[in-house]
Ligand binder design. Structure first.
Ligand code: PGA
Length: 241
């Protein structure tokens, strides 16, 4: 049933890129043309500085555009921060909130919930990241940690995406077993209901994406390293249709 949800393949560029990456969406479109991916959503989340620059090329390529974080307030004295409204006006459709790299830098479930709610207020779709550390998994606490993070981080309004990203799998080449991914995704499904897309993230590559994307409650992927190259991103996206 959950597989009826439209898959979402999202690239999180993190703090990578330069002005000439503006054509990457067109490069992606040449590798995997829009006509062949009508049942799939593809999203690029560049550094916020490049949102405006990429807004035309992502549209032309039939892709969505997202930011990597936002502030909870619409405006105010918050040096160095960007509001969801600003990201929206720069062309974003989505915003990632609560990525483990931001949780490590101070985000809590409470602040993630406030950011996800701010995204909804501005008309963006939040992608709410959750995931356990290696120590938490070793202790047998992975499920408990993820459930608590979800309970504390969801916005009050509907229409959001969840990304399950085990912290120890991000950028390490390590991936949980398919059984472990399925167990967590099934638990998240039970918690958030049928209409929510649940992405897996953490060392997704063209070589492992097929098996991961075939899991029942996996509705797409949040991709770091392999999302910087359009060749690998398009190979992964092809495995999602
Ligand atoms: P990775 O990053 O694919 O490089 O492991 C995933 C993420 O941080 O979203």
């Amino acid at each position: 049933m959950a597989k009826a949800l439209r898959p979402l393949i999202a690239a999180n560029w993190k703090m990578n890129g330069s002005p000439d990456w503006v054509d990457k969406p067109l490069e992606f479109d040449a590798l995997f043309p829009q006509g062949q991916r009508k049942s799939l959503d593809v999203l690029i989340c560049p550094p916020a500085l490049y949102l405006q620059r990429l807004s035309d090329t992502t549209r032309q390529a039939g892709m969505y555009l997202g930011a990597q974080d936002c502030h909870k307030a619409a405006s105010g004295a918050h040096t160095g921060c960007l509001s969801a409204e600003m990201l929206m006006s720069a062309g974003a459709d989505y915003v990632i909130v609560g990525h483990s790299e931001c949780r490590a830098a101070g985000d809590t479930n409470k602040s993630v919930k406030a950011k996800a709610s701010a995204a909804k207020r501005a008309g963006l779709i939040p992608i709410i990241c959750v995931g356990e550390t290696e120590a938490q998994r070793d202790k047998g606490d992975a499920l408990k940690v993820v459930k608590t993070q979800i309970k504390g981080s969801l916005p009050t309004l509907a229409d959001y995406v969840i990304a399950y990203e085990p912290v120890w799998a991000i950028g390490t080449g390590k991936v949980p077993t398919l059984k472990d991914i399925a167990e967590i995704h099934d638990a998240i499904r039970a918690q958030v209901g049928d209409g929510v897309r649940i992405l897996y993230g953490g060392s997704v590559k063209p070589t492992n994406a097929k098996d991961i994307l075939a899991i029942e409650n996996v509705n797409g992927a949040l991709i770091g390293g392999a999302g910087l190259e359009m060749k690998s991103l398009s190979e992964i996206a092809r495995l999602a249709v």
